[in-house]
Design a protein around this ligand. Sequence first.
Ligand SMILES: Nc1ncnc2c1ncn2[C@@H]1O[C@H](COP(=O)(O)OP(=O)(O)OP(=O)(O)O)[C@@H](O)[C@H]1O
Ligand SMILES: [Mg+2]
Length: 564
Amino acid sequence: MNRVNKLKRYWARKDDAKEYFKWIIDYTKPYIPQLGLLLSFDLIATLLSVGMAIIGKTMIDNASEGNLSELASIITIYVLVIVGGQSLAIISNLVSTVVYEKFGFGIRKKVYRRILDTCWLDISKYHTGDLMTRLTSDVSAVSDGISSTIPTIIRLVVELLVTFFTLAYYDVRLALFALLVAPITMIASFWLGKKIKYLQVKVQESESKYRSFMQESLANILIEKSFCLEDYSEEKLTKLRDERIYWVFKKNRTNMYASAAMGLSFQIGYIVAFAWGAICIANKTITFGTMTIFLQLVNRIQSPIVGLAQVVPRLISMLASAGRIIEIQDLPKEEYKGLTIRNENVGVKISHVSFGYSDELVFDDASIEIKPGEVVALVGRSGIGKTTLVRLIMAFTKNMKGSIAFYNSYGEEIDSSPDARHFIAYVPQGNTLFSGTIRENILIGREDATEDEIIAALDSAAALDFVNELQNGIDTVIGEKGVGISEGQAQRLSIARALIRNAPFLILDEATSSLDEATELRVLDGIRNWDPAPTCLVITHRKSILKYCNREIQIADKKMREAI
Ligand SMILES: Nc1ncnc2c1ncn2[C@@H]1O[C@H](COP(=O)(O)OP(=O)(O)OP(=O)(O)O)[C@@H](O)[C@H]1O
Ligand SMILES: [Mg+2]
């Protein structure tokens, strides 16, 4: 029974490797011509070096026979081959710099885009530090692997074959002798391979933790200072670094063992071959020329074998990193259906919706309708599900039962999907500004908005006064998460960013919570008078907003109902 399980696991792993290779090939396809060019440079260099060994043999054999007449032409060829080899190395180096850069970025761009296209609920479970590690360090391991490890393997195999057959041409026994080292290296790399894969995953996981901690700590530096956490954080970072060092050390140690074992067998192989050659010379079964070519080629035949064995750990590390990227790619993708309805007078019908992030439901058979043109307040105690309802409306979640459909006054209707976001403007809870100028932030709402439209949006969000007072006006640069302006000012800029979208459905999630009452009323007036007037869903804890709304919906007991 145990053996059956072992066998099953073995096959499952084989399938994994197949999937990884398939994934790698998909990414490599567009770059095959460039990588092929680099590979052909490598192969030519290999042929040139074997050629040099043959020229060397001819030279020595001619000399030992006292035949010096062709020496000049042989030396000329020798020099030409050396110059050719050097020039090729320079060209190959320059081309490879460009190809590797482009190739690495090509993969990174695709993985980045895939993260953006992944269902929000799934991807939000990953720490951004972890995602960054996958995007940078894991992608680098894969792209380096494809652009250098795989071509290296091909080159080494070709080198091995060419050298073996050249040697066999002069003396088959010598050729076989030179291969003595192969079985040892094969066994060593197979045995160590499994361990190295496991260690690579551990290294990358510890890298993710380390990075996530630093990223979060730097983003919340104010909290670190307020709670006097400087020493504690430094200690924590040191602990995480120690964990990382532990795995890096273990992985490198295993790599070193592998290299040392192979190096040793290489040396032994060389000595044995040398002694064998000496015996052959003594018996006069080979010439001095053959001995020279043998000594050169024995080196060349063993180095690809050892090289291959050393490349195996790199290949395995690459597969482990590919696995971490594939894990992200296996998350469900959001599906755009390309469906939309005319962008006017949009309402939403929520029917018999049940949803929970886990088995615990947030909504259980909840229904409500928001009609076109209405301004509806959504109230309920903290943690009851207001933001969750927005996520359902905007199709950020999955596994929802029931239906959410948008419709317009033309009688057109579509189910909620990522496409619906095209006609929704959303002001989320919290500070969601990007670093950059105020103008850049507003243009996120609609990139082709004119200067006048930007001013109008700022005015309606009661932000124009304070923006005009800034030294650089709308070109003032604000920092990460709105550093440099107040919370209430950031909220007004977020509202302006949403208004300029001219979307027929506007969602405000406690978007005015930091404003004083007078400013809040100005903002609400601005939104109501915005042309084209959107249907509004306003989430709020404040009574003052209610008088601006046509209706009030309350969430309680996992249902939605009209508040009385
Ligand atoms: N990403 C998530 N994963 C798991 N559970 C979540 C997630 N987001 C929210 N929840 C849970 O779902 C419930 C509803 O949360 P939600 O954010 O919708 O509340 P809310 O009404 O918007 O609260 P608040 O007024 O404080 O913003 C809460 O119990 C919360 O713990
Ligand atoms: Mg909320």
